[in-house]
Design a protein around this ligand. Structure first.
Ligand SMILES: Nc1nc2c(ncn2[C@@H]2O[C@H](COP(=O)(O)OP(=O)(O)OP(=O)(O)O)[C@@H](O)[C@H]2O)c(=O)[nH]1
Length: 322
């Protein structure tokens, strides 16, 4: 698991030259679960680097997406939804979010256009008011889900929630204002050289991205309580020659951890049908990500109550988040 040390990452790359007035720095999106933070980050970066799901609270990791512009470089840190902690895992996520907030250059506060503002939003707005030194841009997300009047009403409501550097309506789905969102965030970055090489879209290790794609596939269509109980660990990624096709391929061995035997049965499905489906969906996404053929071996294991057990959390890679 990635320990977030933005200061270390601020060390500029040895770049031969970069335009005068170049801006670079870090942004993060906050908002209650399911408001579209990960989807917005993916839209800005132009590639799927954070997993998204219709289930709330699916984002557990800090994934960085990098947006490259002629005149700026925006590094996006994806945070889990800021929410009141319920489990040990929840507490660790919350402290991760808080430590991220003070280290970034600009914060994007997401509120969906199609839902009334609720207690979750006002709770977060209050937390953000405490970040006086970091500019906050409020994004009214998912504008495609309502009409113009609805968006306008939400813009006014969000204005009244706090003091924002800007308020920007955006739809990651239709692409509406996605470029503007980048412009506005980049406008709040300090002047400085690029921090990452040109082509990189994320600095997340490949194993982590692969694990997230498996987890995303495993969440499709499962009941509400299961998503929080699944963790995925990639055990091995072994490149080898595909002798029949005469090109490289990768064998990937991954474990899906659940908390109880009953959950294991759900994930595997009747005669293994669900797990096979999860494997084939995940494999397609992983092949697209890695640009090579993949053999994917998935095992489902039970790690009893891992969300509440510090030792299990450590084993599953959640220890460095605090
Ligand atoms: N129609 C529409 N749906 C969207 C848009 N952005 C996100 N969604 C959907 O909203 C759901 C939640 O999106 P996520 O990006 O996972 O939300 P999140 O805020 O990162 O969620 P957590 O990980 O729970 O914090 C998914 O089903 C997305 O497809 C949008 O612009 N338009």
């Amino acid at each position: 698991m990635d320990d977030l040390d933005l200061e270390k990452l601020r060390t500029p790359l040895e770049m031969p030259s970069y335009p005068e007035g170049f801006r670079s720095g870090f942004a993060c999106f906050v908002g209650r679960p399911n408001v579209g933070k990960s989807t917005l980050m993916n839209a800005l970066v132009g590639q799927k680097v954070a997993i998204t799901s219709t289930q709330p609270q699916t984002t557990r990791r800090t994934v960085r997406g990098i947006v490259h512009r002629e005149d700026s470089q925006l590094i996006i840190v994806d945070t889990p939804g800021l929410h009141k902690p319920r489990t040990l895992l929840g507490e660790r996520l919350d402290s991760l979010v808080r430590s991220t907030l003070v280290e970034v250059d600009v914060i994007g506060f997401c509120v969906p256009a199609d839902e009334p503002i609720g207690r979750g939003d006002t709770y977060i707005a209050r937390e953000l008011a405490a970040q006086r030194d970091t500019p906050v841009v409020a994004f009214v997300t998912k504008t495609d889900r309502t009409d113009k009047a609805g968006v306008a009403r939400q813009l006014v409501a969000v204005e009244q929630l706090g003091e924002w550097a800007d308020v920007v309506p955006v739809s990651a789905e239709s692409g509406f204002q996605v470029d503007t969102a980048t412009d506005v965030l980049c406008g709040h970055l300090p002047e400085g050289p690029p921090l990452y090489p040109g082509g990189d879209l994320t600095d997340e290790p490949e194993e982590m991205l692969v694990a997230e794609l498996v987890r995303e596939a495993s969440l499709e269509g499962v009941r509400d309580e299961l998503p929080h109980s699944i963790a995925v660990v990639v055990e091995e990624m072994l490149p080898r020659e595909d002798t029949r096709a005469g090109r490289e391929m990768i064998d990937i061995y991954a474990s899906l951890y659940v908390e109880r035997p009953s959950q294991k049965a759900i994930v595997i499905g009747a005669k293994g049908a669900r797990l096979r489906e999860v494997g084939s969906v995940a494999r397609r996404h992983i092949e697209a990500l890695l640009g090579t053929r993949v053999f994917l071996d998935l095992r489902v294991r039970v790690a009893k109550d891992w969300q509440r057990d510090p030792k299990q959390l450590r084993r599953l890679g959640f220890d460095q988040q605090t």
